[in-house]
Ligand binder design. Structure first.
Ligand code: UD1
Length: 435
């Protein structure tokens, strides 16, 4: 990340992003090296965890994204002081004196709900807006609420807010009936300061969860079972402030790997943890790519048109829902027919009509898309509808004949740091324009 002047939550974090569009001329092979940024989905829970310990926390390798800035604004509303200098995020939680995460912020970023557990654990109270639905249908938070209730938090829904007062968390046994990344992180953060022992079963084991657990342990939490489906957490009285580096973004890495395969390119991803996106790499190998994994680098070479691949999204270590849209872009130009099923979010297909505008042949039935690969996509104006959908459109645009204009690119900016610059660095013709 370029060195940038520091900013605080008072200025940049809440500024309105302009309505930018990306204009991409298709047809360039990608080649070269690119460093992967810190992971959004790992950074947000760690930012929330800073609420657990009063003091000055230092988070490195934090990506400069709309979502990390929004989270900084949420922490700012609670009384924390947040500043960014390049990829170092410093959060002073000494004077957290408010327990309210307002609707205006939560509605723009569901992950704001991560402050709920830490607020209840540290201050015994919280008033956090319910996030509501999202672009791909309802995304419930019932597991967050029933898990916290099992730990003694009597929570009410009042005027659209989740409200807890005079809460004293205690240890509990809780088994998730669905594996949930968000609810696992939430209950871990609540349990580390709860009185007694909490046992969580059927937890998520996504790298973001394990990374959060490791950070909490470094700060004095007592957690065993990290990386397994059962966590046992012995509550402690207090935690030390966090000093850590955020893990690399496996979804950004896998997205760029897919771009290399689609363009018949040859790229090396630096600063990655290959195991974290092994499921995506295997699918790209199945599509015909040659992939070399080093300790913290991965090289990907594509040759001609990819082969069709079937994909079913699963919890980690399976194929991630966050790569489903991008894999559909690969399938759109593949030789043969691919079947793509999302079992995590059944409605997460807003990219389908937009990929169709580029000429993709996709038939959607429920949560299954049958994609008949076409030889060529053709550039067209399209609209980004959510974060990963916009990445899929960018991938399609890289191989489409002529120009593609992707509007509402703020969705992409929520989760991909300087994506247009990275593509340009790899030889793509990408321009950011104001709508
Ligand atoms: C999910 C992905 C995560 C991804 C994120 C954003 C999984 C397991 N999780 O995480 O990798 O980064 O989307 O795209 O792939 N659920 C409930 N009740 C709850 C919470 C969740 O029923 O209280 C259900 C959801 O509807 C979903 C499943 O559990 O079907 C997984 O949800 P969860 O992992 O919590 O979602 P995210 O944290 O958004």
């Amino acid at each position: 990340m370029d060195a940038a002047p520091p900013f605080s939550t008072a200025d940049k974090a809440t500024e309105k992003a302009p309505m930018d569009a990306l204009v991409i001329q298709g047809g360039r092979r990608l080649s070269g090296r690119v460093a992967i940024s810190g992971a959004k989905n790992a950074a947000l829970p760690v930012m929330a965890a800073t609420l657990l310990a009063p003091g000055v926390h230092k988070l490195r390798n934090v990506p400069d994204l709309r979502d990390t800035r929004t989270f900084a604004a949420v922490l700012g509303k609670l009384g924390a002081r947040v500043s960014f200098q390049a990829d170092l995020c410093t959060i002073d939680t000494s004077n957290v004196d408010s327990v309210e995460a307002p609707y205006e912020l939560v509605k723009t970023m569901r992950a704001s709900i991560y402050v709920l557990g830490p607020l209840l654990a540290r201050l015994g109270a919280a008033r956090v807006s319910l996030p509501g639905g999202c672009a791909w249908g309802p995304r419930p938070v019932n597991l967050h609420l029933t898990g916290l209730a099992a730990m003694g938090a009597g929570l009410e829904i009042e005027h659209g807010y989740i409200v807890g007062r005079d809460v004293k968390l205690h240890g509990a046994q809780f088994s998730f009936d669905v594996v949930s990344v968000g609810a696992t992180a939430q209950l871990m953060m609540a349990a580390v300061l709860a009185e007694g022992t909490t046992t969580l079963d059927n937890v998520a084991i996504e790298p973001d969860i394990t990374a959060l657990g490791e950070v909490l342990v470094q700060c004095g939490a007592r957690i065993s079972g990290l990386g397994s489906r059962r966590l046992v957490i012995h509550g402690v009285r207090e935690l030390k402030p966090i000093d850590t580096a955020i893990i690399p973004d496996r979804i950004e890495a896998a997205t760029l790997a897919a771009a290399a395969v689609m363009t018949g390119g040859d790229i090396t991803l630096e600063r990655v943890i290959p195991d974290h996106f092994e499921a995506s790499l295997r699918k790209l190998e199945e599509a015909g790519a040659t992939i070399t994994r080093e300790r913290d680098e991965v090289s990907i070479s594509g040759r001609g048109r990819p082969e069709a691949v079937d994909v079913t999204t699963q919890v980690f270590p399976g194929f991630p829902t966050d790569m489903q849209a991008q894999m559909m872009a690969v399938a759109a130009i593949a030789r043969g027919t691919s079947v793509i099923e999302d079992t995590i979010y059944l409605d997460r297909f807003s990219h389908v009509p937009e990929l169709q505008r580029l000429g993709a042949n996709i038939e959607l039935k429920g949560n299954v898309a049958v994609v008949k690969g076409v030889e060529k996509l053709s550039g067209a104006p399209v609209m980004a509808t959510d974060l990963r959908a916009s990445a899929a459109l960018a991938l399609g645009a890289l191989v489409a004949e002529g120009e593609t204009r992707i509007s509402r690119i703020y969705h992409l900016d929520r989760g991909y740091e300087r994506f247009d610059h990275k593509l340009t660095q790899l030889g793509a013709r990408v321009e950011r324009v104001q709508e």
